[in-house]
Ligand binder design. Structure first.
Ligand SMILES: Nc1ncnc2c1ncn2[C@@H]1O[C@H](COP(=O)(O)OP(=O)(O)O)[C@@H](O)[C@H]1O
Ligand SMILES: [Mg+2]
Length: 574
């Protein structure tokens, strides 16, 4: 609370004008605002109502308007009144050039939290965002930091996982800090750093309760420095603020030591209501369909697509719970987002009527949700729910058999790979198999590693799934099945069709972390610097050390492996 009050009052832009009574009233309101967001914002949704009543009773002079809760207002000093945050939210504009992963639809929640983040960063105060998985913690922080990076902020991204060690954490931080003098580390002249540690409560708790990476960060927030590890000299860290995000403890996430968390200004992001989710994804999908001139009737179904996707997500989360045998039944907002991303892969020529849009939607929710299910009971449940929504929301006449029967719904670009990779419905199974056979022939003509594949329906479906992931930015896929079921061969063929390099580590005697690092570095140079497209495949036999998985996890989350690049590598990249 004091942080917010101090930063607001000391801000040169804060000019309190008016007569004596008015100034006093303004000060009182500013205090109430700082009180609300400094103390109340860490509360969960349920307690916020109680807090609202308390603030209104105790700060009568602040004159909060009625209508919303105190959390929905900011104090507008010019107008001497509380105004709803929602008035400041800008309408979403879809841009054809913007990559899918950079899209953030501004909502009251994102605006408010982005504002508080910027405010506290301006006073170098550490900030912690918590809230359930998928509420938008990472999106809001990344988006705000990227925006501020255009001014004077240098964002430093770090991801934590169960395997994270204190030494590697320190290395990744050191890697990004400038050496200011022998004893001082900090930011480049004229800039300030913001270190963002996402999923901060992931590190495994040791037998006796310690979390070494957290202790390291505690020194950083609490004492503003670190001990360097060769001579154990103290290094002061300046112009650097720590930002953390984590969902509440449960499922691999541990409670954080309070001596650590007490250093932060804590914000608990509310669960997005179905209305807010609908608004976010309707804006994105509607913007896309309009910008690319999809047929009017197709555009009109955007709400059906979004509503059905959200309903699927809400239902599957409730009905198909994770159990030890189905531990991977964990669904979050990212899955909803992936369905929409799938629909954004299409062009108006291939989705020209409402029936094919319905099929596309079925295909995308099936890829994102159904492919994860492991038994017939669960799949049957999913199919029946999907068919219900199709008839209820899309008013579709399609029958179960048209989509999930003998001829399953298929989308892909196999028939139009050379004609701009058009993602479209593939109706003619014969044509599809013929195309794949031709591709296989080409593959065998040019490769030393000959394959003999039979394209029965499941194999074809697997290829389409793999290709769908390969063509997506940040695409990734995990294939699970007994050995010898052809997982790698299908990836090889898919990669060949897209002219992607197929790469795997080559295991030799004493293969170690260093070999693995060299391999990853080479992949990154090839893809990031030379712009080559690569299908990097890893099988269980390649996981020689747990730490390999940690690196893969980092690549999937942040696109980086801490400490991989040496100074000369960075010079090469530049
Ligand atoms: N306001 C928003 N605009 C666009 N996408 C959003 C928004 N809020 C959440 N999302 C999407 O929801 C998903 C989950 O958000 P994320 O920030 O990763 O959640 P968290 O970090 O809280 O677990 C992401 O795929 C993100 O793209
Ligand atoms: Mg996150």
């Amino acid at each position: 609370m004091c942080n917010i009050l101090e930063i607001t009052l000391l801000d040169p832009k804060t000019i309190i004008k008016g007569d004596d009574t008015s100034v006093k009233k303004d000060l009182c309101a500013m205090f109430a605002f700082a009180f609300t967001f400094g103390l109340g914002s860490s509360l969960s949704d349920r307690s916020k109502d109680y807090f609202d009543t308390t603030v209104r009773e105790n700060f009568k002079a602040a004159a909060y308007p009625n209508g919303f809760t105190v959390f929905d207002y900011y104090f507008n000093l010019k107008e001497h009144a509380f105004k709803p945050w929602s008035e400041r939210v800008k309408a979403f504009e879809f841009s054809k050039e913007q990559p899918f992963f950079d899209i953030m639809v501004e909502t009251e929640m994102t605006f408010k939290h982005s504002f508080m983040l910027e405010l506290l960063l301006s006073g170098s105060k550490p900030i912690f965002f918590t809230g359930e998985t998928g509420v938008g913690k990472s999106v809001v922080i990344q988006n705000t930091l990227n925006r501020l990076a255009e001014k004077d902020l240098v964002p430093i991204y770090i991801n934590f996982s169960a395997q994270t060690e204190s030494k590697r954490t320190q290395d990744s931080i050191n890697d990004k800090l400038e050496k200011i003098s022998r004893k001082v580390l900090g930011a480049v002249a004229g800039k300030r750093n913001a270190i963002f540690v996402d999923d901060i409560n992931m590190p495994t708790v040791e037998t006796y309760g310690a979390q070494p990476p957290i202790e390291l960060l505690r020194l950083l927030v609490d004492r503003n420095g670190l001990y360097e590890r060769t001579e154990w000299d103290w290094k002061q860290v300046v112009s650097t603020t720590l930002i953390a995000a984590a969902a509440p403890p449960l499922g691999g996430r541990s409670p954080l030591c309070t001596r650590f968390s007490t250093n932060f200004n804590m914000f608990c992001l509310p669960d997005a209501t179905e209305g807010v989710l609908g608004n976010i994804f309707n804006s994105i999908l509607g913007g896309f369909l309009k910008a690319f001139n999809f047929a009017e009737p197709v555009q009109n179904l955007k709400e059906a697509v979004v509503l059905s996707t959200i309903e699927t997500y809400v239902k599957i989360q409730k009905e198909l719970r994770a159990t030890p045998a189905k531990f991977h039944y964990s669904f979050n907002l990212r899955d909803v987002s992936k369905v929409i991303q799938g629909i954004l892969m299409t062009k108006n020529v291939s989705i020209n009527n409402v029936e094919v849009l319905g099929k596309l939607w079925v295909n995308e929710v099936s890829r994102v949700f159904m492919d994860r299910l492991i038994d017939d009971d669960d799949r049957d449940w999913f199919i029946s729910e999907t068919m219900d929504m199709l008839s209820k929301n899309f008013k579709s006449q399609l029958e179960n058999d048209d989509l999930f029967g003998s001829n399953k719904v298929k989308f892909g670009d196999v028939l139009k790979i050379d004609a701009g990779k058009v993602y479209e419905e593939i109706k003619d199974q014969g044509k599809l198999v013929k195309a794949l056979e031709n591709q296989l022939e080409d593959y065998n003509d040019t490769s030393t590693n000959k394959m003999n594949l039979v394209f029965f329906e499941d194999a074809v479906l697997h290829i389409l799934r793999i290709m769908r992931s390969l063509r997506q930015p940040r695409g990734n896929i995990m294939l699970i099945g007994v050995g010898g079921s052809g997982k790698q061969s299908l990836i090889r063929l898919s990669a060949f069709m897209y002219e992607f390099q197929f790469r795997q580590i080559e295991i030799k005697k004493n293969y170690n972390q260093k070999d693995f690092n060299e391999f990853i570095k080479e992949l990154m140079f090839a893809s990031g610097v030379m712009g080559k497209e690569i299908a990097f495949t890893m099988t269980d036999s390649h996981i020689l050390k747990e730490s390999f998985l940690e690196d893969i996890n980092n690549i999937l989350n942040t696109g980086e492996v801490p400490n991989l690049m040496l100074t000369e590598d960075k010079d090469y990249i530049n």
